[in-house]
Design a protein around this ligand. Structure first.
Ligand code: SF4
Length: 306
């Protein structure tokens, strides 16, 4: 067991690595996405509605520095005395020429309280020159690259219009490894057409890949997406709390004990969420997960297929 949690939390990882409490602050840098502007596709992933994934306050119309400063002040007012990671979250945050990226990342690292970067992007958006740039930052800062994958099943990736396959993700991971950059993969549990066996296969493949972290979301239907149409047509279902708690515990058991779990459930702005409309808070669901792991007397990695 790890502290009072039965899985390796991101908070614990940061405390171990940086010896200080660290919070991520989201910034919106005005990027777009090659799966929206036609470079690799149009329309984007079927579940994607970026404002739904962007916390209030990370406003792309303000400068990066202003966004970080505001978030910092908010957290300081609440009594937080630790350090910060600037989280480039919305859209594909490596989708620009290297000089532009350098300018934006430098701006986020404007003071010593910002100890690093977390950069969300697509696996087909990291040419080697971008990885070289991130490697440079990783020499002095704490740097994560977060790759959207969602599933290791190519049929699913096609259905949700990701416009890349699993091999593309694996190639990005291999080119990112051994550069001092931490790698996280995002997955969604409950994607259309996937049964539990397919979800476990995704988790097992990621565990075996030697990446550092995983961020898990349950399928959430957001207003204005293709997924919303599919949901109303009855093509797509969502989890009950009970079913999700049971599934996520099975998933935690299979995750390599070395991998950090950044997140266990999705987190969409309430005003944009269509389904599932769970009646208890995120904190209460995490508590249900903790209780279920304890009831089973199991923990992360007990069923790791390494
Ligand atoms: S890759 Fe990301 S930003 Fe682009 S459409 Fe898909 S979810 Fe949206």
């Amino acid at each position: 067991m790890m502290n009072n949690k039965r899985y390796y939390t991101f908070n614990r990882f940061l405390k171990e690595k940086l010896s200080v409490k660290v919070r991520k602050v989201s910034v919106t840098a005005g990027f777009t996405c090659p799966n929206r502007d036609g470079k690799v596709g149009y329309g984007g992933c079927t579940y994607c509605h970026n404002p739904g994934f962007t916390p209030p306050g990370s406003d792309g119309r303000k400068s990066i520095r202003a966004q970080v400063e505001e978030a910092k002040l908010r957290l300081r007012d609440g009594g937080f005395r630790g350090k910060f990671l600037a989280y480039f979250q919305a859209y594909s945050n490596t989708y620009a020429p290297v000089n532009t990226l350098r300018m934006l990342y430098d701006e986020a690292l404007y003071d010593d309280d910002v100890v690093g970067l977390a950069i969300g992007t697509r696996p087909d958006c990291v040419p080697n020159e971008v990885l070289l740039l991130l490697e440079e930052y990783a020499e002095k800062h704490h740097v994560w690259v977060e790759y959207g994958l969602q599933s290791a099943n190519d049929k699913t990736l096609k259905y949700i219009n990701r416009a890349h396959d699993y091999a593309r993700f694996e190639d990005a991971v291999k080119r990112t490894q051994n550069r001092g950059i931490y790698i996280c993969a995002h997955i969604i549990l409950g994607l259309p057409g996937e049964d539990e066996a397919q979800m476990y296969k995704t988790v097992d493949r990621l565990s075996q890949l030697g990446i550092d972290g995983i961020k898990i979301h349950h399928l959430q239907v957001v207003k204005g997406t293709v997924l919303e149409e599919q949901y109303h047509n009855g093509e797509v279902g969502v989890f009950s709390i009970e079913d999700y708690v049971s599934l996520i515990c099975n998933v935690i058991e299979r995750i390599s004990p070395r991998m950090v779990i950044h997140r266990l459930i999705g987190d969409i702005r309430d005003d944009l969420l269509v389904a599932p409309r769970w009646t208890i808070s995120k904190g209460e669901i995490i508590s249900c997960i903790d209780k279920e792991l304890k009831r089973r007397d199991c923990y992360q990695g007990i069923g790791y297929q390494g």
